[in-house]
Design a protein around this ligand. Structure first.
Ligand code: C2E
Ligand code: MG
Ligand code: MG
Length: 735
């Protein structure tokens, strides 16, 4: 259309229309701009959300290369977004965990279902962190299949988890540690709940009670105790719950336990109460004290019993004696105390040894027990000393004495039977001293002393016998005690002297003398051996005394030898029983010979039968050894002892000495004359000389001479006198 054709009005209209259109366009533009702005804002919001999301996002293509990543992912991995793009996602996972990723990917592709896993990723700076990976399959805008991966840093959670695991482990360790301690405790530890049901039971408890853990858990603890403790225990538990003490006080510390096999044993128990979750729990600590009890019993046994024989010792005897005396006072019945000592026990010890001696003591103990009634006691005081305590004897003293004597005789009989001591057949006898008592009027020590005195009486009476105590004996014993003290002092002070009694031959010519000891006592005057030899034997003083006698006699013999008139005189020395029984007897004689340089042939030792018979073989050995040195032997007091021809033949004797008891009545008592004649004949048939002692008259001498006696000794020729007074016999014929 041209302008010629267009009217101004039309043009005006068109212009208006254009303006309107223009305005509309501008408005549309405005709208478009606004929408654009909104779009921009939305996109910006989207990117903010996408990029600054608290998790990392990555889009990964089929080859595993990263196509996009948000800022969070870039921050997590420490790489700029541009550096992430085209990077294989597997390279960001630590080597060890890559398999986890491939597995996830495989499962995702196969199932099409979203998958997730936990693995460690590596940031650009080399630090690793725990990541949670969630992946879904999707399509890219270009329709290619991609993976959308959401990753979040779960290091903090993992750390917390690991700490938890570690603390659980440490708890487990410390529980294990506690259990190990409990299991290694020597004491049983048992915990029970408020109902008394067992919650725990350590190894020692298992060992003590014999139950396996499974057999006791959940069961009532009373199963571990026998009746009646069982019911008692439950009561106490209840009581403790109502009163609520921290430990069960009423329970005895030592009670009985019962093992699975039913056996019962003593145990110590301490229980304490603690609370767990407001519920009381009881912890019991248990110890098997069987051994402890046995040890206590053993200690008691050692304190009151003799270990060798198992008999009560002195302590227990005193205790029983005390009771016996109290009973006697109550009932009016007598009791008796027997003191028993084995004859020649020392000799057995010396010859066969202590082991054999011990066996004898044990066998004697058994025999003694067999000889008494149930209520009586047999005790060993030590050494070879035993005491028998009889109770409940008659109320009449003579009957009580008779009853006691019967028991004593039974003991003599029983102990007289031969013993078998480790293959040695041995005969032993006891000497028994008895004191019968009633009421409590005497001190116990006194009673024991009296029985002891009576026992020495029995010994003096020739052993293997019984003696009752009487007060006269006691008086003598007291005097003895006094003498014993004096003897110690006077031996040191040289108050003993030797007197010598001349011995003559058939012609009345002095041929020697017998040394006889005397004690020059300050108060009692010159004492004869009868007053002290036995006491010296009993106290052991005999050994130093005998040594002194031997040395002094040998010295005197040396003096005689140095003078022509007495040079051929012999010296007879009496030997005591204990001196001869000692193992060193031969040595002491040999030493005395050596020290004085005397001719052994001039020394004659006087022995008695009693000291030879107990151990003939040993006696012979000793005598032969001395015989070989030249020493002679004379058998003293012959005719008073055992006089058995069989051993007499074996003994290396030189002389028999007819006892003075036969000599005394030889003129008036025909049988003594017969004995004297027999002794002479016997001696001569054995090749021995025979000497008569105690010859007091010429008539006795004449008769004995006629009977064939070779030598004589007695008051008729001269009394025992000091050496200085022997001069008057020199060169004399006393007949
Ligand atoms: P024994 O060995 O038989 O000694 C003889 C005893 O008779 C002596 O008594 C002596 O003094 C005494 N006697 C001497 N002649 C006569 C007499 O004619 N008539 C009477 N009735 N008696 C006479 P003694 O000295 O009292 O000795 C007694 C016993 O003591 C001795 O008997 C002896 O067994 C022992 N004994 C003496 N001295 C010792 C010694 O040194 N050591 C040892 N172990 N014992 C000794
Ligand atoms: Mg003599
Ligand atoms: Mg004699």
């Amino acid at each position: 259309m041209s302008s010629k054709d267009t009217s101004p009005e039309d043009a005006q209209l068109m212009l208006h229309a254009l303006r309107v259109h223009q305005i509309e366009l501008e408005m549309q533009n405005e709208e478009l701009r606004r929408v654009q702005l909104e779009l921009d804002a939305a996109r910006a919001r989207y990117f903010d959300l996408y990029d600054l999301a608290p998790v990392g996002y990555c889009t990964v293509d089929e080859a595993g290369l990263i196509l996009h990543a948000n800022l969070t992912a870039s921050a997590l991995l420490g790489l700029a977004r541009s550096e992430l793009v085209k990077r294989p996602i597997s390279r960001l996972i630590i080597q060890a965990d890559q398999d986890i990723y491939y597995l996830l990917r495989k499962q995702l592709l196969e199932s099409g279902e979203p998958q997730s896993c936990e693995l460690r990723m590596m940031a650009h700076d080399g630090t690793s962190f725990w990541a949670h990976l969630a992946a879904t399959a999707a399509q890219s805008s270009a329709d290619a299949p991609v993976l959308r991966v959401v990753l979040s840093d779960i290091s903090a959670r993992k750390r917390a988890e690991q700490q938890l695991i570690a603390s659980e482990e440490s708890l487990r360790q410390s529980a294990l540690h506690s259990q190990t301690i409990l299991d290694n405790m020597a004491d049983g530890v048992i915990t029970i709940d408020a109902q008394g049901l067992i919650e725990s039971f350590n190894k020692a408890a298992s060992t003590i009670f014999g139950y396996r853990l499974e057999a006791v858990l959940g069961r009532n603890v009373a199963m571990l105790m026998p009746e009646p403790v069982r019911s008692h225990y439950n009561d106490l538990l209840q009581l403790s719950q109502s009163t609520g003490p921290a430990s069960i006080v009423g329970l005895p510390r030592e009670i009985q336990g019962q093992r699975e096999d039913g056996s019962i044993f003593p145990m110590s128990l301490s229980v304490s109460r603690i609370s767990r979750a407001r519920q009381p729990i009881y912890i019991g600590i248990v110890r098997d004290i069987t051994q402890h009890r046995q040890d206590e019993e053993e200690i008691r046994r050692l304190a009151f019993y003799d270990p060798l024989t198992g008999l009560p010792n002195r302590r227990l005897l005193i205790d029983r004696l005390k009771q016996a005396m109290a009973t006697s006072r109550r009932t009016g019945q007598h009791g008796a105390l027997m003191f028993l000592d084995l004859d020649h026990f020392k000799r057995l010890n010396d010859t066969l040894g202590h082991a054999v001696g011990d066996v004898l003591l044990q066998q004697v103990a058994i025999r003694l027990k067999d000889c008494v009634r149930e209520g009586d006691s047999v005790a060993r005081l030590g050494g070879d000393e035993f005491v028998v305590l009889l109770e409940g004897l008659s109320i009449h003293d003579h009957e009580a004495a008779a009853q006691t004597e019967a028991v004593a005789n039974k003991i003599l009989d029983a102990s007289g039977q031969p013993y078998d001591l480790l293959g040695h057949t041995y005969s032993s006898t006891p000497s028994i001293g008895i004191v019968v008592f009633m009421e409590e009027h005497e001190a116990m020590d006194e009673l024991l002393k009296k029985a002891d005195v009576a026992m020495y009486q029995a010994k003096s009476a020739g052993r293997n016998t019984v003696r009752f105590y009487d007060s006269a004996t006691q008086a003598a014993a007291s005097a003895h005690a006094e003498l014993e003290k004096d003897m110690h002092r006077d031996l040191a002070d040289n108050k003993f002297v030797l007197h010598y009694q001349i011995q003559v031959d058939a012609d009345g010519t002095p041929v020697g003398a017998e040394a006889l000891v005397r004690w020059n006592h300050a108060r009692l005057g010159m004492l004869a051996p009868a007053h002290f030899i036995r006491l010296a034997e009993a106290t052991g003083m005999i050994l130093p005394l005998s040594q002194w006698i031997l040395d002094t006699a040998c010295a005197e013999l040396a003096t005689w030898a140095s003078q022509p008139q007495t040079a051929r005189w012999t010296m007879a020395v009496n030997v005591s029983e204990s001196q001869f029984s000692r193992a060193d007897f031969v040595t002491t004689v040999a030493t005395a010979l050596q020290n004085t340089g005397i001719n052994a042939r001039l020394l004659s030792l006087e022995l008695t039968e009693r000291m030879l018979v107990d151990d003939v073989a040993n006696s012979i050995t000793k005598m032969n050894t001395l015989k070989a040195l030249g020493v002679g032997f004379s058998l003293d007091d012959f005719g008073t002892g055992y006089s058995s021809l069989s051993y007499l033949k074996q003994l290396p004797l030189d002389q028999l000495k007819i006892d003075q008891s036969f000599v005394r009545d030889v003129l008036t008592n025909p049988s003594n004359a017969v004995i004297a004649r027999t002794v002479v004949a016997l001696g001569h048939s054995l090749g021995l000389t025979v000497i008569a002692e105690g010859v007091e008259t010429a008539a006795q001498c004449a008769l004995l001479s006629e009977l064939g006696c070779d030598a004589f000794q007695g008051l008729h020729f001269g009394p025992p006198a000091p050496a200085s007074e022997l001069a008057r016999f020199i060169g004399k014929n006393t007949a």
